[in-house]
Design a protein around this ligand. Structure first.
Ligand code: HEC
Length: 161
C-alpha cells in the first residue's frame, strides 16, 4: 500500500520556497500584476543578455561591456531602463574603458513586469541590491518615450531626466 501524501503539507512547502522568489505578492484587488520577480528576471537575463554580457556580468570577449561594476547599472534607474528598452550606441564609458558599439533595445519583447524583474535581477546582482525597479517605473519610462525606436546615445541619456 502507498502512503497517502499530505496535500496541505506539500502545498505549504511549495508555497514557502516559491515565496523566496516573489518578494511582492499581488494585492487584494485580485489583479494578477505581481510587481517584480527576480526569479523570472534571472531567466530573462540568461535568454536575452548573457550572450553578450556573460552569465557572470563580466562580458564575453568582443561582445558587450561588463555589467559588474558598471555605473550604468548602479546609477539612476531611468537610464538603465532606457538603455535596455531602446538600445544604446556610440561611445560609452564603463569602468575605465570606452566602448563604441551598439546594443539593440528589448522594449518590444518584454512586458513592464518582465522588464522590471529582469532589471531588478541585474541591479541585485551587479548594482544596488536594495533598490529593485518596479513595473510602474518601467511603465512611466515607456510612456514618456512614446513611439521612440532610435537607440540612445550617452549625451541623450545624460540630458534626459
Ligand atoms: C548583441 C549583444 C548584446 C546583447 C544581447 C545585450 N547587450 Fe547590453 N550592450 C551591448 C553593447 C555592445 C553595449 C555598449 C554599446 C555602446 O558601445 O554604445 C551594451 C551596453 C549595455 C549597458 C550599458 C553599459 C554597461 O555595460 O553597463 C547595459 C546596462 C546593458 N547593455 C544591459 C543589457 C541587458 C540588461 C541586456 C539584456 C536585456 C543586454 N544588455 C543585452 C551588447 C549587448
Amino acid at each position: 500500500m502507498m502512503k497517502k501524501l499530505s496535500v496541505p503539507a506539500l502545498l505549504l512547502t511549495l508555497g514557502l520556497t516559491g515565496k523566496a522568489w516573489v518578494p511582492v505578492e499581488s494585492s487584494s484587488s485580485g489583479s494578477s500584476a505581481p510587481g517584480w520577480d527576480i526569479g523570472s528576471g534571472a531567466v530573462h537575463f540568461e535568454r536575452l543578455c548573457a550572450g553578450c554580457h556573460g552569465s557572470d556580468g563580466l562580458a564575453l570577449e568582443g561582445e558587450g561591456p561588463p555589467l559588474a561594476g558598471s555605473s550604468w547599472v548602479a546609477g539612476p534607474e531611468t537610464r538603465l531602463i532606457r538603455i535596455v528598452m531602446h538600445g544604446v550606441r556610440g561611445p560609452i564609458q564603463v569602468g575605465d574603458e570606452i566602448h563604441d558599439r551598439e546594443m539593440p533595445g528589448f522594449g518590444p519583447r518584454l512586458s513592464d513586469d518582465e522588464m522590471a524583474s529582469l532589471l531588478s535581477f541585474v541591479r541585485s546582482r551587479w548594482g544596488q541590491p536594495g533598490a529593485p525597479i518596479t513595473a510602474e517605473t518601467v511603465r512611466r519610462v515607456r510612456a514618456a518615450a512614446g513611439k521612440r525606436t532610435r537607440y540612445w546615445t550617452v549625451e541623450e541619456l545624460r540630458a534626459t531626466p
